[in-house]
Design a protein around this ligand. Sequence first.
Ligand SMILES: *Cc1c(COP(=O)(O)O)cnc(C)c1O
Length: 419
Amino acid sequence: MKKIDTLRFDSKVIHAGQSPEDWQGATLPPIYQSASHSHPTAENLSATFSGKTTDHIYMRLTNPTNRALEEKLAALENGRGAVFMSSGMAAITNACMALLRSGDEFVCGNSLFMSTYLLFKNVFGKYNITPRMVESTDMAALEAAINDKTRFVYLEVIGNPKMDIPDLRKASAIAHRHGLPLLVDNTLASPYLCRPIELGADVVIHSTTKYLSGHGDATGGVVIDGGKFDWQQGRFPDMQPFVDRKGPLAYLDRVWREHHINYGTTAAPLHAYLTMVGLDTLALRMERHMANTLKVAEFLRYRPEVTWVNYAGLASHPGNRTAREQFGEKGFGGLLAFGLKDQETCFRFINRLQMIYHLANLGDCKSLVIHPYSSQYVSFPEETRAALSITPDLIRLSVGIEAAADIIADLSQALDGLR
Ligand SMILES: *Cc1c(COP(=O)(O)O)cnc(C)c1O
């Protein structure tokens, strides 16, 4: 067994979570396509149900392929444990519901992923749970929104499509001062760019559907527990049974035991397997995604048809400094937004693209474009779209890992046709 902890990230992403000795020497985990696992004795099954062994029982609870991925992802984020689930939304639902009761509140950024926004506003709203949404970079507003009913602070590391970058060190200091954990969605940055637990976050969530799997071939989500938050300091007496059972992994135990397995948000092992394969190239892909995105942003900035470009990699972006501090000068992510004259011009531009795919996803190897105002957000009220910065002139581009010159050539010929 190699000493994983001493490896650099680019090596760790390949070697963490590997146990070829358990896989007959295979370098990828077998896809354990079995709904249930047989036990040698009645005593063994009883011990497993009591949590005294880590053996597998039933696929909705755990699966050996998924566990290999969980170990890899926990190692990459410097967390103590992880649970892999069927989608990013499953991870967000379980991560939040584990802490929420009717009447509770939480504080979150206002530039949320679309389904996260709907979950917080509409679904949680049905259970008398109130999200207090604030500008995610406004730390004074974040602190002012905390009260006795607050159960956690929730932020996205890079907002989409606002591309705002909250200061996670400051946010975690505020949360901790009030005895609250900080939960963050790290999907857009990936652990290659940002490891929020190192910056003070307590829980990290990913949609693994995006950069982690990287090929648009699997859905998944993960909740990673930093294992450092002290649940016994006052606000969380209801966490005591989980602390008694699992100590530093109390929160993850609650996510898994009380929510994940009862909601049935299980991921099929094929998705864990595909994500394991994808992760082998995460570092290389992120490097190329980000180098390409910077080139595309610079190209778009000088095109007369483009009215504005929103990317934290541009020195003029308000998030540029925080991104440099927080992402260790590695880059600024692979997603950008830009403006054209109006919706009609956006449609003409998209319809002229030849190589770039037009679809609702991001973080794929392939470059992807979408007009969010008329697609994902088409049925949102106008004031909500405005609050989320979803304007009719906005194009969102997830820059792929093709040759930058080909991405730019496709954008260029599509823009040429708008004249
Ligand atoms: C896609 C996405 C999600 C939801 O993930 P799914 O796997 O589609 O459920 C959550 N957060 C962010 C930032 C995302 O981009």
